[in-house]
Design a protein around this ligand. Structure first.
Ligand code: 5AD
Ligand code: SF4
Length: 441
């Protein structure tokens, strides 16, 4: 019997990439490959890459450089994901020992691409671009967590925000059939999953190809699958965020008390330059819907500091928006010019130092807001899902419906297992996490 083929995979970037890797792993295992934990132990070394900012993109080239000597031992390298799609065959020029370059829109062809590599092909590509209308669905997804798992509902993006590479790296927007999404949710529930996170670059522009339901209806339907206790969704685009999503959260208790709604800037002028297609007021209108929900809903956002042309007044408007919305979390980034994007050629770039300064002001202001927000939980009893143990601190790591980390202790002799839900009373609050004690039931 021939020895089993082995592969190693490292994932960079967003949750879409993490989930794509789960599908790639399942597909490879189906093809007879066994997963190993180090580059040294693998026949095939895969990097699933991110190109959202320059720093993320450089990581894969550092990795390739660190491990290229392994090529002489007969190991083969594959670059997957967003850098693969963006750079295409240029990767072979920069790293000639790479044998496979494939973007996410071509993963359906992975089995045949693997065969080509096994037969000795040295430059195998999967670079379907915006022409493709295929989705990557596989029943072999190797989910890494047995309790909470992702389901892709929409792939690609048609928004073309001025700064963003995603429409070029992940192809055109294509929604998955609602029946297929629900079947996957039921299969997951049957095998013990209790939390599902619906994924897409822009889940709000979901359009069921069979026209059976809207995004809000799909969300509600997944939330009603027996056995599913929590449903999350990410990421949202304010332009397509409709009121019926909040109505669904009101009506279905399993839909989590959390909405991630990237704003990018608090200045309508900058939003226009970014081609976001909404104004500050329109964004705040959506926030008002969320704040009017029956349960308190936690809100988080993404912000870009130092977009070309952002004046001190524009930046001030963003800081002012933070105070107005009172987010529970902000992912803030310095603007990074990306290939192919319209903002690459926009004038009035903000100097790097000034971008850093604005980012720091933003993070400091947000930390203050979170300190106050998190303290509001003191004394509350929150349903918490156990994620694991922190032996160093003798604490159990948990997560609330609002997606907040709640580390707690228990008077019980045996710690609750990952995946268990239990009530926890909050006794201490930090700007990014809560501490508590399990309530004896
Ligand atoms: N520079 C900095 N941040 C970016 N993002 C997307 N493109 C860029 C870029 N060119 C941020 C946005 C987005 C998040 C995933 O990454 O805030 O919401
Ligand atoms: Fe990075 Fe965007 Fe690709 Fe996700 S979709 S891996 S964030 S470039």
């Amino acid at each position: 019997m021939a020895p089993q083929k082995t592969f190693y995979i490292e994932t960079f970037g967003c949750q879409m990439n993490v989930h794509d890797s789960e599908k790639v792993i399942g597909t490879l295992e189906q093809q007879g490959y066994a997963r190993v934990e180090t580059e040294d132990a693998a026949d095939l070394i895969l990097y699933n890459t991110c190109s959202i900012r320059d720093k993320a993109e450089q990581k894969v080239f550092h990795r390739l450089n660190d491990y290229k000597a392994l090529y002489k031992q007969g190991k083969r390298f594959g670059v997957l994901g967003c850098v693969a799609q963006q750079e295409g065959e240029r990767i072979f020029e920069r790293a000639p020992f790479v044998s496979l370059v494939s973007g996410s829109a071509s993963y359906r062809r992975l089995p045949e691409m693997l065969v080509q590599i096994e037969q000795g092909a040295t430059r195998v590509t999967g670079l379907d671009d915006r022409q493709t209308s295929e989705t990557f669905e596989t029943e072999f997804t190797a989910r890494s967590n047995p309790h909470r798992g992702y389901i892709t509902i929409i792939e690609g993006c048609d928004k073309f925000c001025a700064y963003c590479v995603v429409p070029y790296t992940r192809g055109k927007e294509r929604s998955r059939r609602s029946a297929s999404v629900l079947a996957e949710a039921r299969r997951m529930a049957d095998s013990g999953f209790t939390e599902i996170q619906l994924l897409g670059q822009n889940v709000n522009s979901y359009r069921d190809p069979d026209r059976l339901c809207t995004f809000a209806e799909l969300l509600a339907a997944v939330g009603q699958v027996p056995g599913i206790r929590r449903v999350r969704f990410t990421t949202s685009h304010p332009r397509d965020f409709t009121r019926d999503i909040v109505d669904a959260i009101d009506a279905v208790p399993s839909l989590c008390d959390h909405v991630h709604l990237p704003v990018q800037s608090g200045s309508s002028r900058v939003l226009h330059l970014m081609a976001r297609e909404y104004t500050r007021d329109q964004y705040l209108e959506r926030i008002a819907w969320i704040k009017a929900a029956k349960r308190p809903i936690s809100m988080t956002t993404d912000i870009i500091a130092g977009f070309p042309g952002e004046t001190p007044q524009d930046f001030e408007a963003t800081i002012d928006l933070l105070s107005e919305v009172q987010y529970d979390g902000v992912f803030a980034f310095k603007y990074s010019p990306r290939p192919n994007t319209p903002s690459l050629s926009m004038p009035d770039s903000v100097p790097e130092e000034e971008k850093s300064r604005r980012l720091q002001i933003l993070l400091d202001r947000q930390r203050e807001i979170q300190r106050v927000n998190y303290e509001k939980h003191l004394g509350q009893v929150l349903e918490t899902m156990v994620e694991g143990l922190n032996p160093a601190r003798a604490q159990i790591i948990g997560r609330t419906s609002q997606n907040k980390t709640l580390n707690f202790t228990t008077s019980q002799p045996i710690a609750p297992a990952p995946g268990v839900y239990l009530p926890v009373r909050v006794t201490k609050a930090f700007p990014n996490s809560l501490v508590g004690e399990a309530v004896v039931q």
